[in-house]
Design a protein around this ligand. Structure first.
Ligand code: PRX
Length: 648
């Protein structure tokens, strides 16, 4: 594990927040961060007690802050609260009640705004609708929706009655819906007549119809009329959302539920083909997401915040719905693609809604880079005051571009490391507290004690690569995998005794900043050198011709692994042998000769899931010339695969 660290970040590069930002920041100095951090790790229960009392509304106080029987945690034992009440009702009767809670913009340009008061009415009605359909505390409901207000209403209404939601990303196929619904035995599924994606209709209802044929647990399908598309309605099973809502009372008294009441199950991919149902519960999860939203995004109720994630992913749960609404901010939700009808759609939205905080993923940032600066220059982005990134390591090149071109060198960038399993942000540099280092997620959040271990479970020296672990329980941690405690223990708690293994490779520098290398399975061993695929990608992307790159390993008799790179070029450029050579040399120059790619394949695009994640496992198969047998239903564009295979 003790190889030399390589990185394309300029040595010692740091970007400090402006004094203007610091002046208004909730945490405005390193000393303040350090004081709170040391309180949080030296006396965690005292710390979390104070935070939980301050940030959430409880109906009944807890008798014990943490009950930890490794690997099972219970937070705020005996305490009672209602998650929905915390996100909605508690803003009523305050100056926030008439401000926008949700500003929705559809792909076709339609808009809808719900104030906190209006959101309350919608949520109460839908809570009554669900109860009317026989949904009780503990029952599971599935939500398969476009990004719209009704999707958020459905999540909150489920929480309000103590039901457990499982949101299924709208890009999933009917097979995937079926697997998820059957795994958690959902009773009701909430969907829409369709959604828009780059001008085409996404047949959500049809997918549900196909899925539900194989889902005996489903008693009702609730259908939101979202685009006015004709769908078939099965009598007795399918019901229109608007009909039910018209008949429902807007009065609903939210009951108090135990802090450990399950809130949702969210399926995520693991190393096996079967998705893992990550289970989150109420009090701890809400505290984690509320607190991170407040401190990491420096979120104020005056902010207009926009996270581009879909509610089908954890980011859409924690930082579209729960953490943001519980802080009483204004939340922009956009249904469609970033390049529809034009590549400036996001910047148009930022300008028109005067967005102050913008949170997106590196994959999107790289696409914007590829599309050039012109579409951005057309818009006034001066309302922005903070930027965020999540989902994968961001290469310093993209970081700098984001900082300069989108943030006008004015907005701090929070690079936030976390996972579906962690529920909330775990590592990031608090924006007013400390300088950022482009490419590094930064410092641990309060109460988080990450360490970097070698294979034997010893801490590696600063600057050395290893495996990232979390050594103490935290409130928003997953509680188990739905219906599979054994797998929960095996996946997360068996690599090392007593600590949570997240699956990521990492190093910590001498200043304590964490640099995520990527999933352990994306770390290659080439002639004894441990090389992060993200590092090679970062080097490639720092070349002026490259728009995006994905790097995988291919078994090699002598070197262990050969490095295979899949590269998309900036618009108008052609992949020639000469450019191949240039890129090899460039990587050698950026990282070292041992990292020079063995092979570079060019393509118009990389195979990605509909959520924008590069499908590396698929690329690994392509790299070795294997026939593609794995599931490609989540792939955005199948023709990309053919193009890459053709270069075999
Ligand atoms: O590898 C890490 C990467 O995304 C993984 C978690 O993926 P998921 O559960 O889908 O959640 C994504 C949104 C939180 C992590 O194990 N990852 C996430 N954020 C970062 C990251 N890698 C580097 N830097 C990040 N900021």
């Amino acid at each position: 594990m003790a190889e030399k660290i390589t990185s394309t970040s300029k040595d010692g590069e740091r970007i400090a927040p402006s004094s203007e930002f610091k002046k208004q920041a909730t945490i405005s100095s390193l000393a303040e961060y350090k004081r709170l951090y040391s309180e949080s790790v030296n006396a965690p229960e005292k710390f979390w007690n104070t935070q939980a009392k301050e940030l959430l509304k409880w109906r009944k106080p807890w008798r014990k802050t943490l009950e930890w029987k490794e690997p099972h945690a219970k937070w705020f034992v005996g305490g009672k609260l209602n998650v929905c009440e915390n996100c909605v009702d508690r803003h009523l009767g305050t100056p926030r009640e008439n401000k926008a809670a949700l500003i929705f913009e559809g792909e076709t340009g339609d808009q809808k705004t719900l104030t906190y008061k209006q959101l309350h009415v919608e949520v109460c009605k839908f809570a009554n609708v669900l109860t009317g359909l026989g949904v009780k505390k503990g029952d599971r409901i599935a939500i398969y929706m476009p990004m719209n207000c009704e999707a958020v209403v459905a999540m909150l209404a489920s929480a309000r009655i103590g039901a457990v939601h499982t949101v299924i990303f709208g890009g999933f196929s009917s097979e995937s819906i079926k697997d998820r619904v059957n795994d958690c035995q959902a009773k009701v599924i909430v969907t829409a007549d369709g959604g828009w994606r780059r001008g085409s209709v996404v047949e959500l209802k049809k997918n549900v119809d196909d899925a539900v044929k194989g889902c005996p647990s489903i008693t009702n399908v609730v259908v939101v009329k979202h685009i006015g598309h004709r769908v078939s309605m099965k009598v007795g099973r399918d019901v229109w959302y608007h009909t039910l809502m018209n008949d429902a009372s807007h009065k609903h008294a939210a009951k108090a539920f135990d802090s450990e009441t399950p809130l949702f199950v969210l399926y995520t991919s693991g190393s096996t083909g079967k998705p893992k149902g990550v289970l989150h519960t109420s009090g701890g999860y809400l505290l984690g997401t509320t607190m991170t939203s407040k401190y990491v995004f420096d979120l104020k109720e005056t902010d207009t915040y926009w996270c581009t994630a879909d509610i089908g992913w954890i980011t859409g749960h924690s930082y579209v719905t729960y953490g943001i609404l519980s802080n009483g901010a204004t939340n922009v939700i956009y249904e469609g693609a970033p390049n529809y009808p034009e590549v400036d759609r996001f910047w148009d939205i930022v300008e028109r809604h005067r967005v102050t905080i913008f949170y997106t993923a590196p994959t999107a940032i790289r696409a914007f880079m590829k599309w050039g600066d012109e579409p951005i220059k057309k818009h006034d982005l001066s309302s922005l005051r903070l930027l965020g990134t999540v989902g994968e390591p961001i290469n310093p090149e993209a970081w700098r571009w984001y900082y300069k071109t989108i943030g006008g060198e004015r907005c701090p960038i929070v690079d936030t490391w976390w996972q579906t399993e962690t529920g909330g942000i775990m590592i990031t540099t608090l924006p007013g507290a400390a300088p950022s280092k482009p490419g590094s997620a930064g410092l641990p959040f309060f109460g988080v004690v990450p360490k970097v271990f070698d294979d034997a479970g010893n801490e590696v020296k600063k600057g050395e690569n290893g495996k990232l672990v979390l050594t103490t329980p935290w409130p928003s941690m997953l509680r188990t995998l739905y219906g599979d405690n054994k797998r929960y223990k095996k996946v997360y708690w068996s690599e090392y005794k007593g600590v949570y293994f997240c699956g990521d490779g990492c190093k910590q520098d001498k200043d304590g900043y964490f640099w995520i290398i990527g999933r352990i399975d994306d770390v290659l061993n080439v002639s004894g050198h441990r090389i992060g695929t993200a590092e090679v990608e970062s080097a490639l992307v720092s070349h002026p011709s490259v728009a995006e790159a994905a790097v995988v390993g291919r078994p090699h008799d002598i070197k262990g692994n050969a490095i295979v790179c899949f590269v998309t070029l900036k618009q108008g450029l052609e992949g020639t042998d000469e450019l191949r050579r240039e890129l090899r040399d460039h990587v050698g120059h950026e990282i070292g000769a041992h990292s020079k790619p063995d092979e570079i394949r060019f393509a118009a695009a990389l195979p990605k899931t509909r959520s924008g994640k590069i499908m590396r496992r698929l690329l690994k198969d392509i790299a070795v010339g294997k026939e593609i047998k794995q599931d490609t239903t989540t792939l955005e564009d199948l023709s990309v695969v053919k193009q890459l295979q053709a270069q075999d």
